[in-house]
Design a protein around this ligand. Sequence first.
Ligand SMILES: [Zn+2]
Length: 469
Amino acid sequence: MSILIRGGRVVTAADGYVADVLVEGERIALIGTDLDVAADRTIDAAGKYVLPGCIDPHTHLDMPFGGTVTVDDFESGQGSAACGGTTCHVDFCIQGQGQTFAQALEGWHAKANGKTLIDYGFHIAITDLADQERLDELATLPEQGITSYKLFMAYKGVLQVDDETLFRAMQVAAASGALVMVHAENGDAIDVLVREALSQGYTEPVWHARTRPPETEGEATNRAIQLARVAGCALYVVHVSCREAVEPIAIAREKGWDVWGETCTQYFFVDYSFLERPNFEGAKYVYTPPPRPKENQDVLWAAVKNDVLSAISTDHCAFLWDGQKTLGRDDFSKIPNGGPGLENRLHMIHEFGVRQGRISLNRMVELLATNPAKLFGLYPRKGTVAVGSDADLVVFDPEKKLTLSASTHHSKADYNLFEGTEVTGTPEIVIRRGEILVENGELVARPGSGRFIPRARVGEELKPGVAVG
Ligand SMILES: [Zn+2]
């Protein structure tokens, strides 16, 4: 099957120009002006952007957490992603206590099997490094294309690891060429604050934020940076939410250390006051780190503009408000932590980043596609529009208006973090490896065609044409 996309404005992290793009099979075959070629399907993209498919480096599909399981599985989550212009994501495979990494990965591959629409990889989330056997196994994971290790410095008694485990994983990563990712919050201090609040009778959702002050994120971010320096590994700090965490990353990057950070869409738009909404509505915004005081939003916009933060993810971890979030109606610490968002990252960053003049169109592509591809071993096979790269493309209509809402989104979540927000600009056609997934904004593909992509190690390229599993 070949597709000719005619006359769109091709936008990459570096360039913007009007051209025709020819897709043959799964790859981009030719880019040029007024191409004189025949194709099975021609798409008129005049007045539209042709963007690389976005890559979400941080999602949680079909994940057991908080006494329940996230509501989006690979089918609904990836369908939702595709409708929002995301054609590849890296999900967290969580190692259960006592499990080998092989067992954990087998479980996650099974969750994805037969349900996938977009391409995907897995980070391994380490919870248990009890013995030498696990350390040895960890060192071999990059050979299977699992080239990032995630550790939680919070969620005490559930996912949190101690500093010894964190440091040992960093040492393994330094040798194996994996990227270390941290959820940076001081889980021990937070645990004390949560127990104090509950003992004083404070149970409302807003206490989720009051017991996780920004300093606990700043402290853990700095600790992880310093330990990574000692171990000699590359570090990526996930979901940076506040000035206290931005500052140590800024210092590290200024010094040229191998440290990167991401933030998530919601931290630009949802602030602390959302948690104070009455009648348990605040529970919709209980995710971690929590929504911060509004002044942090300008700090984050400056950080993504200046490359202090290098990627924007969604941390999509969706729960129903009615039926799952309600597990914590009488105790904020029992509200499952997480929110939906996989579908609306491009909508929101285009509207409030690009259209409102905070970042350029090229920088948006860099933050949502190119940098995630480079940092997580998918580039240049993915993350750009280039001859030989996978034909993961978004034909984006920059003039079409859309109102974001749970009533029209494709996630199973019963609420939308950005409910009622009007945006101008939305994906019209979404193509993944030459297959049209979305047409006129609606899903037209059937599940089962997304592929697991073994990723390259830190600093290495994933060559187009490499066989995939
Ligand atoms: Zn997460």
